[in-house]
Write a protein that binds this ligand. Structure first.
Ligand SMILES: CCCCCCCCCCCCCCCC(=O)SCCNC(=O)CCNC(=O)[C@H](O)C(C)(C)COP(=O)(O)OP(=O)(O)OC[C@H]1O[C@@H](n2cnc3c(N)ncnc32)[C@H](O)[C@@H]1OP(=O)(O)O
Length: 209
């Protein structure tokens, strides 16, 4: 017997609801790092969160959502730590493919604090790793990061718009190099990255099978 799903309860609707939940958790994370609530309130909120965590764990997957093509044909990876709309760890980064490579308007949050009032260098590196990898993938030479070199020129602010860009610079065999930056909207560079991406031999073998 087949059963029609009630309108509004198909998988896309469920994923949209999950993305709203993930966004709420991001706001929760910022609320946690910024709260000055007293101990009783903190303990009470924690108890509510324990209950909510148990409710979600009643229907727990083995792993986060995998990369896939959406019904409209666009590529998405909803469980990704950088771009995943359904992963609260992600900004999420929304990347545009430009003639030059990849670009993203982004705004870090208080959750990303490293040195006081600025973004943790590892967080900037993570964003640049992904942007460079995206530029490499959209050039048709997808690969895994082999090396990533970062130059921190100025602290990266949170709570203000910044811009990430990346482009491939050269390719040789299975290796592709890419450069990228996180800059202020006026173009002032804050962080620069260069990376080597390698198409794994396993992927090449799988594609030729
Ligand atoms: C449909 C359109 C969609 C478009 C939209 C898609 C958007 C989608 C965007 C996703 C963007 C993700 C961006 C984040 C990407 C990660 O964060 S990846 C995670 C971090 N990286 C890793 O975990 C990699 C771990 N390492 C490995 O898996 C393997 O070591 C590697 C890197 C794949 C290489 O393995 P392998 O293929 O067996 O390589 P191997 O044959 O040993 O060596 C090949 C060559 O590379 C060199 N090499 C190997 N490893 C290294 C290294 N680490 N450093 C330097 N050289 C190296 C070797 O010396 C050798 O050089 P030559 O002798 O040829 O000159």
């Amino acid at each position: 017997m087949t059963m029609d799903l009630a309108p509004g309860h198909d998988e896309e609707t469920r994923l949209a609801a999950l993305a709203v939940l993930a966004q709420q958790v991001r706001e929760l994370m910022d609320a946690v790092v910024l709260t000055e609530a007293d101990e009783d309130e903190v303990t009470s909120v924690t108890a509510e969160l324990v209950a909510l965590t148990e409710r979600l764990n009643d229907a727990r997957r083995e792993r986060p959502l995998m990369p896939e093509f959406a019904p409209d044909g666009t590529f998405r990876h909803l469980g990704n730590a950088v771009t995943g709309a359904c992963n609260p760890h992600a900004l999420p980064l929304v990347i545009e493919h430009t003639p030059e490579g990849s670009q993203a308007d982004l705004e870090f949050r208080p959750t990303h604090e490293g040195p006081p009032n600025s973004v943790h260098g590892g967080v900037s590196a993570m964003i640049l790793d992904h942007l460079l990898g995206h530029a490499v993938a959209t050039s048709g030479r997808a690969g895994m990061t082999g090396t990533l070199t970062i130059r921190y020129r100025q602290p990266v602010p949170y709570g203000r718009p910044v811009v990430g860009t990346a482009a491939t610079t050269r390719a040789e065999g299975r290796k592709t190099w890419a450069d990228g930056t996180i800059s202020l909207p006026d173009g002032t560079p804050l962080v620069e990255a260069t990376g080597l991406f390698i198409t794994p031999s396993l992927w090449v073998e799988a594609a030729s099978d």
